[in-house]
Design a binder for this molecule. Structure first.
Ligand code: TXA
Ligand code: MG
Length: 355
């Protein structure tokens, strides 16, 4: 059985945190909120616990984990070298939604890094995550708390949907505020490279560091990318809804009529249709939305990527639960956090993109 402890997101009760920390220290699997998504935590230095975590998530052992620490003081023990730019990044973005890939030290088990000689490290900002890591007083390896290939959880209920009975404890601190996973920045290459876009945006990183590159597969489905993968997890068959999902990118005038036409065709063939759109599309989709076989969800305005990021994964999960046959998704513009939204939509579409 999986226990659930509810805590205040801003001010978690110390006795509840102590209980969760004890579970972690004893080798348990504990899901907890971070500012991005819920993580499934284990003591990063406990190989057996890390192996149990991979089994619970059904995650391939080739996909390395992020190690979460409470303060920069815990960093030197985990890494072989501290690059010069780390202080600048830590000053600006830690604690927060930025994960740094660094050369690892011997202390980090192979199970955590999937045998790589690098380790991914993050200091989260969420008060519950901070309290838990500090009370556990160990580095906490934590992937997103979902089953492999399902959307990352942004609420405790999502964690239970996937992992009830498979993990020891869920610390329920309400919905997460950012909603998409942290930015992953590789500091072991010649110039820093963004491997996964997130709330610490490329624009922010370039402002802090100057030259910052992007992984060639950035914003694209990993299966369409050729060449060496610096991040094995990017090969992850990402969230794939049970319904077939197609993404429509490009100018509204050109692409919305195609989306609407496809919706009518699918309906005529007896299939149920969901549309994920933005507020700006409401007018063009109004007629279609009157059809009772159509589920219309909006991610908010194109100008407010924060809203889209926060609601995206819950929307995917809802549509899976409703069991719609076909999901048609309006592309989201890149720029700032919009780049992360676009990236997750493209991964979900797994190559089914109409431009
Ligand atoms: O926001 C987040 O990052 C959440 C919360 C819980 O912190 N965690 C998360 O973990 O999204 P996960 O395991 O779902 O994604 C971790 C990503 C994967 O794409 C993985 O391949 C990459 O980080 N990664 C981990 N270690 C790496 C390494 N040594 N080199 C390159 N990429 C690495
Ligand atoms: Mg994940």
């Amino acid at each position: 059985m999986t226990d659930v402890i509810r805590v205040s997101p801003e001010n978690p009760d110390p006795a509840s945190i102590a209980r969760a920390a004890e579970c972690l220290r004893g080798g348990g699997l504990v899901a907890f909120p971070t500012e991005t998504v819920y993580g499934l935590g284990v003591n990063a230095l406990d190989r057996t616990a890390v192996q149990r975590l991979f089994a619970a998530k059904q995650r391939p052992a080739t996909d390395p984990l992020i190690v979460h620490i409470g303060s920069i003081d815990a960093l030197p023990a985990l890494v072989a070298r501290v690059p010069a730019c780390l202080a600048t990044l830590a000053d600006r973005f830690w604690p927060g939604p930025l994960t740094l890939v660094l050369s690892r030290s011997e202390a980090v088990p192979d199970e955590v890094t999937a045998g790589l000689n690098t380790v991914a490290i993050r200091i989260p900002l969420h008060p519950v995550a901070r309290a838990l890591i500090s009370a556990a007083a160990v580095p906490v390896a934590a992937p997103s708390a979902n089953l492999f290939s399902r959307p990352s959880p942004t609420q405790a209920a999502h964690v239970l949907e996937d992992l009830n009975g498979r993990i020891d404890l869920v610390v329920d601190g309400g919905a997460t505020t950012i909603g998409v996973e942290s930015t992953v920045l590789d500091l072991t290459s010649e110039i820093p490279i963004v491997l996964r876009p997130g709330a610490v945006t490329l624009e922010m990183l370039r402002d802090a560091l100057g030259d910052v590159g992007v992984f060639p597969g950035f914003g694209r489905d990993a299966s369409t990318t050729t060449g060496a993968m610096p991040s094995p997890g990017m090969l992850e068959k990402h969230y794939s809804p049970r319904a077939s999902l197609t993404l429509y990118e490009g100018e509204t005038k050109a692409v919305l009529p195609i989306l609407v036409g496809t919706a009518h065709k699918e309906l005529a063939n007896g299939r149920s249709v969901a549309i994920i759109a933005v507020e700006e599309d409401a007018h063009e989709l109004a007629a279609l939305a009157l059809d009772r076989r159509v589920v219309l969800r909006t991610l908010g305005s194109q100008d407010a990527p924060g809203t889209a990021a926060r609601t995206l994964y819950a929307t995917f999960r809802e549509l899976d639960t409703l069991g719609v046959n076909v999901i048609l998704v309006r592309g989201f513009p890149a720029g700032g956090l919009g780049t992360a939204v676009q990236d997750r939509l493209r991964r979900a579409a797994a190559g089914r993109i109409i431009v």
